[in-house]
Design a protein around this ligand. Structure first.
Ligand code: HEM
Length: 533
């Protein structure tokens, strides 16, 4: 054998050896990923990564993701969490693996307050959920029902503007945060139960109690309960959480029981006299949600038998989901617009052009208010009222090459994506124009663009979006049309010309402002002649 042949064979052998090594190391990496969870900070025994969290959870998750990567694994006590912070990961979890991630995680508070398995918003993706989802989109929050309630929404918004006008005339301070909460709560209370949550004398205090309860529910759902995360505390009520949740549940139940039995009584009488509901302009009967739900529960042929607990729980779901989110969106929008007078001016010009300064802006104007819509998108990019889309995986699932075990809670951090400079140019600048010009003009908030998901996406996306998107342009448009604002700072001092208000957040299920928005409204025009009497 020649030397050349020996050398050639040796080189061939070496190449084959290295190629095999390379291939098997790649395969090992891949199979390691398949059994490994995504990157994760060092954790501690029992508590895992709980000690790394600050009170505002979405901010902590963003900070950790910046250090450890956009797909992050965390162990919070015994609960497994995965945090995703890019549009492509959001799509992989919420669209490509939608069925795996179509359930939510329950907590002690949710369980106790929402009648155990009777809830819709936290229900697993099952027959009951599908039935209520259909009922929500076709009946409760369908176009027809929303259309029927238009006069109600208009009258509430007019009353709100009238109230601010009086304050403006008297040069009185207004807590806009509080007033916006009342407005959104009044609208949903009337649509659901025909009660007004504030200011009516004829409901034995039911309305005030309803509003207080919504507050307490939103608060307790957003609070951290040690027993939900740390095994040794599972059967103890160290923070008095269960006690509080039970108290909320009992008061809510008493209130709803009374409202439902009164309604049943009324329905019996109405049936006897064959008079049903209030008649609207078209002589069609306007049924509120409670009537629709009682009709369904009385229908023996219905595919799902609605129990009384289902009805109560559903009303609670809607109360809590609709009140804060809508009010907070307007509040952040007004705060941002106040800090950016150029944006306020452009918004006012648009509304003035559409209304001819001859009437108050209304829902029908919505398609002609592209700049107001851009303000809403820009507000929701920076301040999504629900900061993370949280789902629970019902089976093992590969995400981005990593194995995410069954039962893990995935959080798509939409708040973090909205502020990510690799997604948005100058993300901290409030610039509605980014949704009017260039590429951004095609981005909508309906759940198809994974960089902007304020209402979530897919089957589990928000069923209240059509209602919210009727209310928001009208309320923001009316505020811009009627007033300028002299704002107060967080210490209660009136802000000097050119100064901006703080944009701090407070912890909670939703992401409210840390400090209420307090102002003296200064009327731009006298809206009184335009308001419903
Ligand atoms: C600006 C206003 C609102 C925002 C930003 C908002 C946002 C959201 C988000 C992000 C989710 C989770 C979606 C997901 O997991 O993909 C959600 C769920 C939900 N929202 Fe809204 N929402 C708003 C208003 C409303 C209103 C007005 C209602 C009812 C009248 C409502 C009822 C619900 C319900 C029942 C769910 C749970 C749906 C389910 O689990 O299947 N929301 N919302």
């Amino acid at each position: 054998m020649s030397h050349q042949f020996i050398l050639f064979s040796f080189i061939l052998f070496l190449s084959a050896f290295f190629l095999k090594l390379l291939y098997s190391s790649k395969r090992n990496n891949k199979s390691q990923n398949q059994s490994r969870h995504p990157p994760s900070p060092p954790g501690l025994p029992i508590i895992g990564h709980l000690h790394l969290l600050q009170p505002i959870i979405h901010q902590s998750f963003r900070d950790l993701s910046q250090r450890y990567g956009p797909l992050l694994f965390l162990k919070l006590g015994y609960a497994r969490f995965v945090v995703a912070s890019t549009p492509s990961l959001a799509k992989e979890i919420l669209k490509i693996n939608e069925l795996t991630y179509s359930s939510r995680k329950m907590s002690t508070a949710i369980n106790l307050v929402t009648y155990d398995n009777a809830t819709f918003a936290f229900a697993p993706y099952d027959t009951y959920w599908k039935f209520i989802k259909k009922l929500s989109t076709t009946e409760l929050l369908g176009n027809r029902t929303l259309g029927h309630f238009l006069p109600l929404r208009t009258s509430e918004i007019h009353e709100f503007i009238q109230n601010l006008t009086h304050k403006s005339e008297a040069r009185e301070k207004v807590d806009l945060t509080e007033e916006l909460l009342k407005l959104s709560n009044n609208i949903i209370s009337k649509m659901m139960l025909s009660i007004k949550s504030s200011g009516s004398d004829d409901d034995d205090g039911q309305s005030e109690e309803a509003r207080a309860l919504v507050r307490e529910v939103t608060q307790i759902f957003g609070e951290f309960n040690v027993s939900d995360f740390i095994g040794v505390f599972k059967n103890f009520d160290v923070q008095g959480f269960k006690k509080r949740a039970m108290n909320i549940h009992k008061r809510y139940d008493a209130l709803l029981e009374k409202i439902i039995s009164d309604r049943e009584e009324l329905r019996k009488k109405q049936k006897a006299t064959e008079i049903e509901g209030v008649e609207d302009d078209d002589n069609e009967k306007v049924k509120d949600f409670l009537d629709i739900l009682l009709d369904v529960s009385e229908d023996e042929d219905c595919e799902v038998q609605l129990t009384r607990n289902n009805i109560k729980s559903l009303i609670l779901d809607y109360f809590t989901a609709a009140t804060d989110t809508t009010a907070i969106s307007v509040e952040w929008a007004i705060a941002e617009v106040f800090n950016n007078p150029r944006v306020m001016k452009r918004a006012q010009e648009e509304v003035d052009r559409v209304t001819g300064k001859q009437r108050l802006v209304c829902e029908a104007d919505s398609p002609n208010l592209p700049y107001i819509h851009a303000i809403i998108k820009e507000t929701m990019r920076l301040h999504p009222p629900i900061t993370m889309i949280m789902r629970k995986g019902i089976e093992d699932c590969m995400v981005n090459g990593y194995m995410i075990p069954k039962g893990t809670v995935t959080c798509v951090n939409i708040w973090a994506m909205g502020r990510d400079p690799s997604i948005w140019e100058n993300p901290m600048e409030f610039k509605p124009e980014r949704f009017i010009e260039g590429e951004g003009s095609t981005i909508d908030i309906k759940g198809h663009h994974y960089e902007l998901l304020p209402f979530g996406t897919g089957r589990r996306g928000c069923p209240g979006m059509p209602l919210a998107m009727r209310e928001l342009p009208t309320i923001i448009g009316a505020l811009a049309q009627c007033f300028e604002f002299n704002m107060f700072d967080s210490k209660g001092r009136i802000l000097e010309q050119g100064k901006t208000i703080d944009m701090d957040e407070r912890p909670g299920l939703t992401a409210p402002r840390a400090n209420p928005l307090v102002c003296i409204p200064v009327a731009r025009l006298n809206p009184t002649p335009f308001l419903l009497k």
